[in-house]
Design a protein around this ligand. Structure first.
Ligand code: PLP
Length: 504
């Protein structure tokens, strides 16, 4: 990929030395700068204009085939081909989470500071698993900031991850290690005797990554007990205590409870204190999955539900959800970080850290790790400040309140379980399939939401996690839902369905 004026000599093999200026990746500094500037301009315009287009578009079959089948050309291409490709083949077909009328799942748009930081961190290209360098210290710093925002104990440490799933995995692995160590069963026949008796507990609304993480550390489904919920959708602590007692009486080894600080389907919060009490009584670890609600203590209206968060053992937080850090930033926070290091502090002769300043790789499964996570998180927190974090969460809360009020006021809609976190489950009265309804809304392109299983029914679920979402976008969402419902009813009762034109 030797570009433009720089395309000097393309020497082959033997003549090339380390000092050669025509390495295959080298480009003229001016050509590089020009492409960076063009890309930066494109990014600014793209993000600015995002709202004017549809939330997302259906990928044309031909493009899907082309993207998915690979096909490496023999000669390298020009640098400008990268931006062209992004513009033509990728950007028109996003998940949709940049758009303020996107209400599916829990995905936010990228913060402006985070976008800039990702580029800068990529250029610095530190590997946050080894060596002594500024980005690794920055990671320690943002972990401390996150822990304070979450209301955890001052001792808390941890590590950034790709997301909440990986953070849950790290914390469950640390819990298992801690438990087996206390039972002198980390290896040998003691390990064999203990491991098959380990039991974990979670709520009905637990994220599926909890069972997935348990499976990865060797705890099968049958030994992940799903504890019933109370009518307010929180873990039934009495039922939890009873299950733990029954398992211990049966000779099993309960080692960990995973609670929810913001359940994914409905936004329910399991108050930590009573669950921690059960854990302490039985020598168990309390991990709270706060992937999207982990910082909720910052909102005065939600704070009482977070009672006891300073006493839990570990917490998952996803800065790429409520904080709008670009995708790929989760965090595993552990009150006693030595427990994380006990599980992951494997060493090699060629990787020798200072005993008093452990490398981040000693707290996680990854060795070579990107610095983008730490810097994009730092940059987003820098832009927000503590008051900005609170304002952001309160904004989501206000928008969810507006949506709930509008649903309550609309006779065709029925409000179902939701909150206290900003997620709203509801249904359209008399509609046959909410799956078809959500698909119709998605295809029309003006708003986007998903469905969720609610007490055996599939219903609509809207989650608010976008700083640009305003009442007008919520109005659009409801308008689209009601129009789509009428359309589906008409199609059902009369003529064949007309295909829905895609608005531009
Ligand atoms: C989103 C979510 C996860 C998974 O996080 P990823 O970043 O998608 O891996 C885990 N737990 C809860 C409660 C979540 O909402």
């Amino acid at each position: 990929m030797v570009s433009g004026a720089w395309a000097g000599v393309e020497e082959s093999g033997s003549a090339r030395s380390v000092a050669d200026r025509d390495s295959v990746l080298r480009v003229h500094p001016r050509a590089f700068r020009d492409e960076l500037v063009s890309s930066a301009q494109w990014v600014a315009e793209y993000l600015d204009r995002l709202e004017q287009g549809p939330v997302t578009r259906r990928l044309p079959a031909e493009l899907r085939r082309r993207l998915g089948s690979g096909g490496l050309a023999e000669p390298g291409g020009e640098l400008f081909g990268v931006l062209d490709f992004a513009e033509q083949s990728l950007a028109p077909y996003p998940t949709g989470n940049g758009h303020p009328a996107f209400f599916a799942w829990i995905n936010s748009p990228p913060s402006p500071a985070g976008v800039i930081a990702e580029l800068l961190a990529t250029a610095i290209n530190a590997t946050c698993g080894m060596g002594e360098h500024a980005l690794m210290d920055l990671e320690r710093g943002v972990i401390a900031d996150l822990a304070r925002l979450a209301g955890m104990a001052e001792s808390t440490g941890g590590v950034l991850t790709s997301g909440g799933s990986m953070a849950n995995l790290l914390c469950l692995a640390a819990a298992r290690h801690w438990f087996l160590q206390r039972h002198q069963a980390l290896d040998g026949p003691e390990y064999d005797a203990a491991h098959g008796r380990l039991v974990a507990y979670c709520g009905v609304q637990a994220h599926m990554s909890v069972a997935k993480a348990a499976a990865v550390i060797g705890i099968p489904r049958a030994r992940v007990r799903v504890i019933a919920t109370t009518p307010d959708r929180c873990m039934d602590v009495e039922a939890l205590a009873a299950a733990v007692r029954a398992d211990r009486a049966a000779g099993l080894l309960p080692f960990c409870v995973v609670s929810n600080l913001g359940s994914t389907p409905t936004g329910a919060v399991d108050t930590p204190a009573p669950i921690t009490a059960v854990c302490r009584e039985h020598g168990m670890w309390h991990h709270a999955d706060g992937a999207w609600g982990g910082l909720g203590i910052q909102v005065p209206g939600w704070a009482p539900a977070y009672d006891g968060i300073a006493e839990i053992d570990s917490l998952t937080v996803d800065p790429h959800k409520t904080l709008s850090v670009p995708v790929g930033c989760g965090a595993a926070l552990v009150t006693d970080p030595q427990r994380l290091r006990a599980a992951f502090g494997f060493r090699a002769s060629y990787l020798d850290s200072d005993e008093n300043l452990p490398w981040m790789s000693e707290y996680t499964f990854e060795l070579t790790r990107p610095g983008t996570r730490a810097f994009a998180l730092w940059a987003t927190l820098h832009q927000l400040g503590r008051s900005g974090v609170i304002a952001l969460l309160e904004h989501y809360d206000r928008m969810a309140g507006y949506l709930r009020d509008r649903i309550t006021a609309e006779p065709r809609l029925e409000l179902l379980a939701c909150g206290p976190l900003p997620v709203v489950c509801f249904r359209v009265r008399g509609i046959g399939s909410h799956t078809a309804l959500a698909e119709t809304v998605q295809a029309r392109g003006r708003a986007y939401l998903a469905t969720v299983d609610h007490e055996g029914d599939t219903v609509l679920r809207a989650c608010i996690c976008n700083h640009r979402t305003g009442p007008e976008h919520i109005d659009t969402l409801l308008e689209e839902i009601l129009t789509s419902a009428t359309e589906l009813e008409d199609a059902h009762t009369s003529a064949p369905a007309s295909s829905v034109p895609m608005p531009r």
